[in-house]
Design a protein around this ligand. Structure first.
Ligand SMILES: Nc1nc2c(ncn2[C@@H]2O[C@H](COP(=O)(O)OP(=O)(O)OP(=O)(O)O)[C@@H](O)[C@H]2O)c(=O)[nH]1
Ligand SMILES: [Mg+2]
Length: 302
């Protein structure tokens, strides 16, 4: 897949990192122009690096959306943090994201932790202060910019809104300037290198998180079983793992209505993104303590 000729092309991997819930996945989707990575209002939505490709005149940027960066507290989160470090070490440019509202209350140890990871990597980094649409005035952002600029030597600091797109294109231009000469890693037309079954698993998880409003997002895992490729359709068997019987009841819904809706919505999203037809067979299972079960995590590719 890796080409050898550069033909004056600039290309490379752009790791998008930051604390949980700052808007990394929302930004990657905006930059790529397609929903390659799932988002939710709760922290720790993204569990493994998701790559989204953007091609433009003379460049190919591969954005790597990473799990929220924080000190690990269980096996799942330790694995998530290792993946952040891997993505950092493999990147040509880093986009470090902060949440404007969080930072107005002063920088926390979490902000310093992730800023140090990025600064220590030695890779050129651009900072974006996100969710500025939630600030009342532009002036409110000034002390934040001041505080953040002291955390490292950043190439630039942008004030953006990933949700409504403010300053996202100027940020993109600045990323392209930092890309080194390189090959076209992915054929034009590829938006993500994730296999369709894993994209589907992510979408199923997003919809399940949506119905489990009161629960912590880490309770849910989606496992893809058999995948049968037929002529016009791909048949996928999948299991939603939850931690408690009450969560299973919620995901199933009355007469299985909720799980049916989860499956339908997820399938439609994937069909839209990848242009394939899918038949999804979905079940829910209680798997207590799966988050600390190394074998289980390996099975899920985490
Ligand atoms: N108002 C506003 N909300 C935003 C913006 N960007 C993201 N959000 C919201 O913030 C929440 C978290 O967004 P995500 O993109 O899932 O955040 P993340 O950093 O990928 O989170 P993790 O994967 O859990 O680390 C979602 O509810 C988004 O809709 C923004 O620019 N403005
Ligand atoms: Mg995310």
């Amino acid at each position: 897949m890796v080409g050898t000729e550069t033909n004056g092309l600039r290309s490379g991997f752009v790791a998008v990192v930051g604390r949980p819930n700052v808007g990394k996945s929302t930004l990657v989707n905006k930059l790529v122009g397609q929903k390659v990575s799932i988002t939710s209002s709760r922290p720790q939505t993204t569990r493994s690096p998701i790559r989204g490709v953007r091609n433009g005149p003379g460049y190919q940027a591969i954005f790597v959306d990473t799990p929220g960066s924080q000190k690990p507290r269980d096996t799942l989160r330790a694995r998530m943090q290792e993946q952040v470090l891997d993505s950092l070490s493999e990147s040509d440019v880093i986009l470090l994201l902060f949440d404007a509202q969080q930072v107005t209350q002063g920088l926390g140890s979490g902000d310093r932790y992730v800023a140090r990871l990025v600064a220590d990597s030695g890779t050129p980094a651009i900072v974006s202060i996100n969710k500025t649409d939630l600030l009342r005035t532009r002036e409110e952002a000034l002390p934040i910019v001041g505080a953040v600029s002291e955390l490292g030597e950043w190439k630039e600091i942008f004030q953006i809104s990933a949700a409504n797109g403010t300053n996202v294109e100027p940020l993109m231009e600045s990323v392209v300037e930092l890309l080194p000469p390189g090959p076209r890693y992915f054929p034009e037309g590829t938006v993500t290198d994730y296999p369709e079954s894993l994209v589907l698993a992510e979408y199923v998880r997003e919809k399940a998180l949506g119905v489990l409003r009161e629960e912590v997002p880490h309770a849910v895992a989606v496992e893809i079983g058999d995948v049968e490729r037929k002529q016009n359709v791909t048949v996928v068997y999948a299991v939603i793992h939850v931690e408690r019987a009450t969560q299973r009841m919620i995901v199933l819904g009355k007469g299985g209505r909720t799980i049916k809706q989860i499956g339908t919505e997820a399938r439609r999203d994937v069909e839209r993104l990848l242009g394939t037809r899918i038949y999804l067979d979905l079940k829910v299972k209680v798997s207590q303590g799966w988050r600390s079960d190394r074998k289980f995590l390996e099975r899920l590719g985490l």
